[in-house]
Design a protein around this ligand. Structure first.
Ligand code: KG4
Ligand code: ZN
Length: 326
């Protein structure tokens, strides 16, 4: 199966074998967005147009297959940047139509969950999954391989957005998550006490407060002192985000009575978050870092458990920018 993912700024193509193992997983990142401090939707779409065809070719080459040997095509339908999504959906429809192959439209968040189903160590439902990315942060109850129900979600910013915006305040490049994690490694995580929105009830998240707290702390410290204490600020800020995520995850596990947990989304690549989930001491599944951030292997993995589009839908399949329209 050929998987295609273009929901944001990474042009991704992957080939999965019938047993769900990865034959190739190629990610072409668009570093141009760093210049603007965030993803510019129109530029992302234009770059997908240039990058996607060679990325698919590279995925086939690495899998040592030709397009003639592909039996099914899977593509991210949404949510994401509409112009970016349309490039992937258009390409997938064209390949499927030209070769009379079945086409599967995949929800991006279902893809992040399905990163946990990839061989050789597929994690079996039921489990609770924390999905934390640049656009979404939610807790999902995963009952089977093809769907999930939402237990809670962020009321404002996504966790990845909080990392990106915090990183920007600390003068770090975009995407901020990996850069902030690296800076935090040399800092004291207890140096500052940032809020973790514990007062938000239930399983919902809020990251607007911690972001504002960082802004005010930097302002109050003054330029020189804030610069000197950048690593401490990064480490404390990261601790607050990770604590907020794990706090809600623990609440959900307790209420649900579940003892199996998985994570997904770009923020799941974060070392301290991975360590904190492992430290819960229950059966956990933590995908490899390259399967947490956007990739097409997870899209193909989700498609293994989803039905093909009808012949009619394969021609009319459309992208959607938000929500889930499966
Ligand atoms: O899932 P993803 O690749 O794209 C979306 O669907 O949004 O997630 C991207 C987000 C960005 O906000 C990025 O800063 C964050 O994931 N991220 C990280 C790390 N790696 C990526 N956040 C914290 N620590 C990381 N190591
Ligand atoms: Zn994502």
């Amino acid at each position: 199966m050929l998987g295609i993912e273009t929901s944001c700024d990474d042009s991704c193509a992957a080939v999965l074998a019938g047993d769900g193992s990865i034959l190739s997983n190629v990610i072409s990142s668009q570093s141009i967005h760093d210049k603007y401090g965030g993803v510019v939707p129109e530029i992302a779409a234009r770059h997908h147009l240039e990058l996607l065809t060679p990325t698919i070719a590279a995925a086939l080459r690495q899998a040592e297959l030709t397009l003639e040997q592909i039996e099914r095509v899977a593509v991210t339908q949404g949510p994401g940047l509409i112009g970016a999504l349309l490039v992937g959906v258009g390409q997938a429809k064209a390949i499927a139509a030209a070769r009379s192959l079945p086409l599967v439209g995949v929800d991006h968040l279902q893809g992040h969950i399905a990163a946990n189903f990839i061989s050789p160590e597929p994690f079996e439902p039921p489990f609770i999954c924390l999905i934390a990315s640049g656009g979404h942060t939610l807790l999902a109850r995963v009952e089977d391989h093809s769907s999930y129900s939402t237990l809670g979600e962020t009321l404002d910013d996504a966790a990845g957005e909080a990392f990106d915006k915090g990183a920007r305040m600390l003068g770090l490049p975009f995407p901020g998550g990996p850069a902030l994690e690296a800076l935090a490694a040399g800092g004291d995580a207890e140096a500052f006490d940032f809020p973790t929105a514990r007062n938000v009830r239930g399983f919902d998240f809020s990251f607007a407060g911690v972001k504002t707290a960082l802004l005010y702390t930097i302002r109050d410290l003054g330029e020189g002192e804030a610069e000197r204490r950048r690593a401490d600020l990064a480490a404390s800020y990261q601790r607050a985000i990770v604590e907020a995520l794990v706090d809600r995850l623990s609440r959900a596990l307790e209420a649900d009575g579940g003892d199996h947990v998985a994570i997904g989304g770009g923020v799941a690549a974060n070392g301290p978050l991975r360590a904190a989930v492992e430290a819960l001491g229950i059966t956990s599944h933590i995908p490899a870092r390259e399967l947490c951030t956007d990739n097409a292997a997870m899209i193909a993995s989700a498609a293994r458990f989803l039905p093909d589009c009808s012949q009619q839908a394969a021609l009319t399949l459309d992208a959607y920018p938000s929500g889930a329209q499966r």
